[in-house]
Design a protein around this ligand. Structure first.
Ligand code: DAH
Length: 450
């Protein structure tokens, strides 16, 4: 979930509070799921523009706060992670890390991208991958969006936990809303090397030139040019130990893991941690040494910091053997009761309440002239399917593509897998929804059903 998502793998980029009330002034599917003209949040009205692509369906997830709900598995994993950090790090009897789990998911592009040194032309900013309210405002795509503001407010060690939003394909491990824990731990020279007054965290040239005259580079794969190798390595060792400690606290001492070199615009060096789970390597988090530019811009000129971000769904699915990500949203007592009043550290294995049958219907259409398979915005299509079908859409997969030899028109065929988590769907009701999807895509994308 976390980093395997399309653009993340490609580029290695990578609580709602009760006060948020979405107000939909106008819904119009003829503009390809770009249906909101004004959104009111905490009394603030956002005017839509050519970037607006947030859908009513997506807005309906605001304020759900699964990560804070008592019997939700995501909330249990959250509590175990918080507990681990509270127990492992204390300062004069107080927890070192402070926890922010109720930050508004509506953020600016500055918070989500600019503050994190994500270049203006970086593809992770694409409309095809994010839910924009307008060109300056979006539903956060990762919890790292809050890193700079919390640093600026004077915090040194903190966890940020909440819901994040990304446009993506549909299957059993992908949902457009999921949950992350992101963290920063920063240290000054005296904290990192308390017994070594001779060791420094900065290269001497960095001091001599004053930070604003020094260009920090990431050309050396082992470290940023402003930091010493000793400081970088010690932070790396601490970071890795703390995170291995975390996965061992969750999965047990015998969990097999490996570190993989990675790239993120906001850290250098960067790594991903994978655990061996059900005969395969599963990526569970991204991390690294925070780019010094971010710290300087936040007013910190004497620190080195590490950061990491992990996805709660992935961990919860692996820990409790939950086969489908949509179950996290289930209100069904058959699901929730399995997590009700359980000891946080109890070993829980999810038992399917019952498995209801799937219904698979195909949808084939010709794209309009001038459209090719590559220029067709499939994430727009997925959003529209989910807008109409709701949570009974289990999967949408491309089945076939074809270019007509004479007309050169492009045709696509998708299989839509329908399944209700709590009851059997009849073919007749599926056909009705399928028909509604056909009608909507004809209007939205000007396609011709085959
Ligand atoms: N924000 C990244 C993502 O969503 C994950 C991440 C990687 C967070 C490295 C971090 C970090 O804080 O240091 O894919």
């Amino acid at each position: 979930m976390l980093l395997k998502r399309q653009y993340i793998t490609m580029l290695k980029l990578f609580n709602t509070n009760r006060l948020i009330t979405p107000v939909l002034n106008k819904c119009n599917h003829s503009t390809a799921a770009k249906s909101v003209t004004a959104v009111k949040i905490n009394g603030t009205e956002f005017i839509s523009d050519e970037y607006t692509n947030v859908t009513p369906k997506i807005m309906s997830y605001l304020g759900k706060n699964l990560h804070l709900r008592k019997d939700n598995p995501l909330s249990m994993v959250r509590q175990r992670i918080v507990q681990y950090f509270y127990k492992s790090f204390t300062h004069r009897g107080n927890p070192t890390f402070s926890v922010y789990d109720n930050l508004s998911p509506i953020v600016t592009t500055k918070q989500n991208f600019d503050d994190l040194l994500i270049p203006a032309d970086h593809p992770s900013r694409a409309k095809a991958d994010c839910y924009y309210i307008n060109k300056d405002t979006l539903f956060r795509a990762h919890m790292t969006a809050h890193q700079s503001e919390l640093l600026r407010s004077g915090l040194n060690n903190f966890l940020m936990i909440g819901d994040v939003y990304r446009r993506d394909e549909i299957d059993s491990t992908h949902f457009p809303v999921f949950h992350q824990v992101d963290a920063v731990r920063s240290q000054r020279r005296d904290e990192l090397f308390p017994n070594h007054p001779d060791l420094d965290i900065f290269e001497p040239t960095f001091y001599k030139q004053k930070p604003h005259l020094f260009t920090n580079t990431i050309l050396d794969p082992t470290k940023q040019s402003c930091y010493t190798l000793e400081a970088t390595k010690l932070m790396e060792v601490q970071l890795k130990n703390h995170l291995i400690g975390l996965v061992q606290a969750l999965f047990g001492k015998d969990i097999k893991y490996r570190w993989v070199d990675a790239y993120f615009p906001f850290t250098h060096p960067s790594w991903e941690l994978e655990i061996y789970y059900e005969n395969d390597w599963l990526e569970v988090l991204g991390c690294g040494i925070v780019r010094n530019e971010i710290l300087l811009n936040s007013g910190l000129n004497d620190t080195i910091a590490y950061a990491f971000g992990l996805g709660l769904e992935r961990l919860a699915m692996a820990l409790y053997k939950i086969p489908d990500i949509r179950l996290m949203w289930s209100e069904d007592s058959g699901f929730l009761s399995q997590f009700h009043n359980k000891d946080l550290n109890a070993k829980i294995t999810y038992k399917p309440v019952s498995v209801f049958p799937q219904c698979v219907n195909d949808i084939s259409f010709w794209l309009p002239d001038n459209f090719t398979i590559d220029t067709f915005m499939s994430n727009d299509f997925y959003d529209l399917v989910r807008d109409i079908g709701g949570d009974i859409i289990e999967q949408v997969k491309l089945k076939d593509k074809f270019v007509h030899p004479k007309t050169k028109k492009h045709s696509l065929c998708f299989s839509i897998v329908y399944r209700h988590l709590e009851r059997t769907l009849t073919q007749a009701e599926v056909n009705q929804i399928h028909k509604a999807i056909e009608t909507a895509i004809v209007t939205a994308f000007n396609v011709t059903i085959r």
